[in-house]
Design a protein around this ligand. Sequence first.
Ligand code: TRP
Ligand code: ZN
Length: 882
Amino acid sequence: MRTEEHRPVRLSEYRPPDWLVETVDLDFKLHPTQTPVRATLKVKPNPAAGAPAPLVLDGDELSLISVKIDGQLLPTDRFTATPERLTIAQPPNRPFTLEIETLVDPKGNTQLSGLYQSSGNYCTQCEAEGFRRITYYPDRPDVMAVYTTRIEADKAEAPVLLSNGNLKESGDLPGGKHFAVWHDPWPKPAYLFALVGGRLGHIEDKFVTKSGRNVTLRIYVEPGKENRAGYAMDSLKRSMRWDEEAFGREYDLDIFMVVAVSDFNMGAMENKGLNVFNDKYVLATSTTATDSDYVSIEAIIAHEYFHNWTGNRITCRDWFQLCLKEGFTVYRDQEFTSDQRSRVVTRIGDVRALRTHQFVEDAGPLAHPVRPELYREINNFYTTTVYEKGAEVVRMIHTMLGPALFRQGTDLYFERHDGEAATVEQFVICFADASGRDFGQFMRWYSQAGTPEIVATGTYDAGAKTYRLDLAQVTPPTPSQPTKEPMVIPLVTGLIGRDGRDLPLKLDNGTTIDRGLLVLDKPAQSFVFTGINERPALSTNRNFSAPIKLTANLAPDDLRLMAAHDSDPFNRWQAVQTLATQLLVGNVARIRAGQDPEVDEGLLDALAIIMADKKLEPAFVAETLLPPSEADIAREIGRDVDPDAIFRSRAALRALMGLHLNKALSSAYETLANRGPYSPDAVSAGHRTLRNVCLDLLAATQESHAIGLAARQYQQADNMTDRMAALATLSLHDVPERAAALDDFYQRYKDDPLIIDKWFVLQAATPDPKTLDRVKALTSHPAFSMKNPNRVRSLIGAFAQGNQTQFNRPDGQGYEFIADTILTLDPANPQLASRMSTAFKSWRALEAGRRGRAQAALKRIADKSGLSRDVSDIVQRALADT
Ligand code: TRP
Ligand code: ZN
């Protein structure tokens, strides 16, 4: 545990490093509990830093063996070493060689940060501050060095030895040992270092870059699972080609490796030339993975690969700039997915996730800017705000500039900053320089937290044939930001005539609106459109051009017109969502007042029209049939939230859809039946998605025929997508078929942890008062382990983050269980415990009873002594009175 009190780190206190490192030579002798690490650094004073300074190196739980300067053992009175720091008060005021020997314990490293063991294999995780758990080092991203890594190991224990860069040398040694030497010619920060050693199988392929470089591609997996790595390899090759075409970026080493490990705190890590992945995002066959698993694998392979330029070649000056690499790289992987699959369906999925996770984060006590200005624990800032809102900010730059200028801006960025540790300002200035536009006010997207709320009011003047659009914006207060300045909000807008066609947009000052783009940058602004012969429907924020909450004075018939005809397919979907949200929110109030939920014939008609529109792709139709999430409805309501009423409101709508659209749903279910062998492509997946949504809505009526269909689909499915979908539908109903299918599923897949995770998720997410006891019982199941993050997230994470009614049980038992879990996890794996504690991010919006119980659980966590910095940072912020 950390002993020192750490003061927060502030962006305003950034100082360049006093010392730079030119080269790092690492020497590992892998041993399960005692691995000696020798680090030889060529250090030199930083000319940009001024006066001679002490050399202060970071550490974390380190034990030092020796320090040498220029080959001479340093006497103990010349330095001080604690587990957290190595200080040489008076180093030579010139370049010198520093040799440090430490001893680390991979097996005892349960935090999964630094050098650790996973299923007996050695691996590392160094972002953000894990390298300091391997050796003392200036562990900050603006110190970039060239690494050479020699690994020695028992050949039987670790036949495969990998690190960053290219393999220089390898061979056998006496005593059953062997070694490998890797050299990475590209200077990099320590967080991109990686080492892997163990028994691994692999598949191999090759890629020729557009300038003719031959690249060997390898994906390493647990032996015997090689046949599950094919889709990841295919995704990798498509990513490499796409980055050449879309951004002009080529790969820069002779080999690119991906290693799948089963114990991993996050999704994956972009270490230079040696990406390390959670095996969940590598392994897939049609019978082990679902369509959405395939989508995730493709996106995460792309994401980590794209980091090679956005993150590695150009890295971050400091961790406040995290969105520089993450926001941009998420934007890039979203664009990749859009080009590989359906653009609008991808956008809908991304916006749905943004609303359910980021908007909710932004509305609660953990809200923070895309670029925070202060942190206590950087690991707690790998958030949906930094990643997904960060991507939206890049997307807005693209929207405002258009594709050609945007590309000129990124070209300039890559040319200007290659090899550097850059800032967000430097990134944005490239777009300003490429376009001649001013992005000064736009920078507020990086500094102001909270979701801007825009009110759009349209007024039609039949006499003057004008349409006046009044726009107003407000960004609500967030922790430590009570007042906000106006934002720059790009609103792609259309006016739709009654025949469903877009009207030409001409302003009263004579200008035509290019690409429909209106930019709101004041608290309030008006636009008057002329030559409008009938009252139009306002379609704005098309394609979700800004990450805002929009309230427009649209009549229900405007929304139905848009659902049927909007030329912007995103807003066709949005119109249905808006109708559904209005109904759901209204019904929550009715249910709480003891009344019956209302029916909205208009919504059902809109859905019927969409289902009948044969020009629409099935995956899009499926999206229109999915109402907003419970978390999103709760955020929409904002205060005094009753999760049970939200659940009932949503369940009532789903049942109603199943009833009213019964014919269309049944016939879609029949006609979309599987033909031919499984293929993970987007079109085939779209057919399955729609068919399974139809099944789920049919079953939402509780009709026994529909339950029978689900049970039959479960049994007869020849792929995991259809089997899981049927099981998920059954899991929502208290019928004997549910227990039978769950038992069958366990028996079929009990030897496959990643599939059993799906079994955990479904049971934990069941909206049933018996779920909590079931989840508690499953923590003793032989397939469960508190040590494996995937197991913990599947069972306990799915309960806390994915089961609104049961986590928020009125008796508070859900909160108590999660608090207990956090306290159990914290000493072993604070990053995992801390993630779990973000489940409380919306506690303040709850109705009084639940709010009190959630607060009590949070306080119980906060009061525990010896809490990690990770968890204490989250619970302190969650409890703070802003
Ligand atoms: N940089 C990684 C990504 O976005 C994520 C990451 C950050 C990570 N810290 C981590 C992964 C710690 C695993 C463990 O792709
Ligand atoms: Zn990333």
